[in-house]
Design a protein around this ligand. Sequence first.
Ligand code: F6P
Length: 341
Amino acid sequence: MTRLGLLTSGGDCPGLNAVIRGAVLSGVVSYGYDFVGFRDGWKGVLEGDVVPLPRHAVRGIARFGGTILGTSRTNPLTSGGAEAVRESLRRLAVDGLVAIGGEGTLAAAQELAKRGINVVGVPKTIDNDLDATDVTFGFDTAVQTATEAIDRLRTTGESHHRCMIAEVMGRNAGWIALHAGMASGAHAILIPELTVSLRQVAAWVESAHSRGRAPLVVVSEAFVLEGQDSPFSPRGLDTFGRPRLGGISVLLEHQLQELTGIETRATILGHIQRGGAPTAFDRVLATRLGFAAVDSAANGRWGTMVSLRGTTIVNVGFDAALGRLKTVPEDRYQEAAILFG
Ligand code: F6P
């Protein structure tokens, strides 16, 4: 009997459990496959740490956030190498892997595939910045969660006649800021793709204030204010040695209040955007990606990843997902800017 191993790796994302459920149910029902799940991503592969995933283990999990398998940032190539992965799969009689993760995971999967290991990728990130797929699951949930939080900031802002700043995630791209900002009617949206001067932000804030509105600014964690040379990152480095972002809103709070004289408050939404139940859209997309990953394995399309193009799920090479990010185009930003000021 064919046995597939599933793993979730990198930062978690609403919809991971729906992928797992979709893969297991379609694999069991359509192909008679057997499944195991590796605990905590590649770490579980290297340590042979598995849990059986019979059909009943995935019952009802699509509606839950997080991942039942756990996740980690372990990179199999630096932590043991392809031979250690191959040996572990052989010992556990696993014929192929479905690796669900972001850029780092997909880069590792690509390297393993080049060395003859059977692996199919499923792209994941709340940031929606992977070029190979039109939308990543988790993004819709993150935008919904951010929008609900910003709506709440607006009512308290209005009561106190304050300017409210909401800081959202997005390490390299401003998609969450753009969508949550448009949905909540922000008077300024600040994204990493576009440097803006403090004076311009202040002008948008003052314009809203002069019309009796409580100004609302939505800023992406990676936004770079004119005059700064990189994203504001007072929180040290993450496990990849990248700067941990978060805090630009606090910097803006002080500077905007000083410049405009309008009382200002900043809120960093942070990991709230990654937690909790996925939206229906994300559950459906993630489930379809799970189905497609197992179909890919069944048809020998190893060394590829599944991706959404329009309304269809297709297979693309790992190359398409790596190296090039999908950032917010200028015209999408200008469209949102119709609402500013
Ligand atoms: O890439 C997803 C993401 O949520 C980014 O938006 C954010 O910068 C980063 O992960 C946070 O990572 P961590 O959970 O390691 O702090």
